[in-house]
Design a protein around this ligand. Structure first.
Ligand code: SF4
Length: 253
């Protein structure tokens, strides 16, 4: 889908002059800026959501495990067949690894992912009555499930607030200078201090949408970025209207 054209240029400062870039931002200023960024992104991406297709907690858990090292779009191509064939934890527990591999091959790392899905089904059956647990400390004991996957499941299947620190979230929090931390768990803790808990799940979706569509790893579209005014890294990419060509997907500017 092509980007919606902007009628008014995004507000921004001269590159390098943001107080955060100059080391002059107070902790309160950072918190206010983070919350303003969240509000601005809510307007830019009113439909921000998990981009994996699922209809229950088990499907989301499986899709998130499959999404390691690949795109959500690719996962969404293989999951309809997988979910139809393996509708329960018991079905994964009893599955033949080669059968799962054949279905998920195009999602990459299919051997280890198939093995994880069987192990995941077995552990859900053995320890959780075949149900997906809600607690973070339980979820991270499942094969192939780390904190990021656990938060995706908690936030989107159970409505429990969580910050999903994926590669986009890490890049964005660095460019936005919301934290100096580089370790995902420390990033999660630092951002949790800035953003209201009730907003954690949606803030994660919005930041990931921004990372996929506007502030991509190479050539961020600074010139048309909705949060340019609040970004200390404004100027990391082209700053003129030609930046619109770098946007992928739809953004309300
Ligand atoms: S696109 Fe540019 S201005 Fe926007 S968040 Fe990324 S680095 Fe900052």
């Amino acid at each position: 889908m092509s980007p919606m054209p902007s009628t008014t240029p995004a507000k921004h400062r001269r590159p390098g002059t943001h107080p955060a870039a100059l080391g002059e931002e107070t902790p309160l200023g950072r918190k206010r800026r983070a919350r303003r960024i969240n509000r601005t992104l809510a307007e830019a991406f009113p439909d921000a959501h998990a981009e994996l297709d699922f209809s229950n907690a088990l499907e989301l858990l499986v899709a998130t495990v499959l999404s390691a090292q690949t795109t959500d779009a690719r996962v969404n191509m293989v999951t309809p067949e997988l979910f139809a064939k393996y509708p329960t934890a018991e079905a994964y527990a009893r599955a033949n690894q080669g059968d799962i591999e054949a279905i998920i091959r195009s999602a990459g790392f299919y051997r280890s992912k198939a093995k994880n899905l069987i192990g995941l089904g077995q552990k859900l059956v053995a320890d959780y009555g075949g149900e997906v647990p809600e607690a973070l400390e339980d979820l991270v004991t499942l094969p192939g499930v780390g904190r990021k996957t656990a938060h995706v499941v908690r936030g989107n299947a159970f409505g429990l607030p969580g910050l999903t620190v994926d590669t986009h979230f890490q890049r964005l929090t660095k460019r936005l200078m919301l934290t100096e931390d580089t370790d995902p768990v420390k990033i999660e803790r630092a951002v949790a201090e800035l953003i209201e808990p009730a907003e954690w799940t949606m803030f994660s979706h919005r930041i990931i949408f921004q990372g996929r569509r506007v502030c991509r790893a190479r050539k961020p579209a600074c010139g048309v970025c909705p949060i340019a005014f609040d970004c200390p890294s404004f100027g990391a990419g082209p700053t003129g209207p030609e930046a619109a060509d770098l946007i992928k997907g739809e953004v309300r500017l």
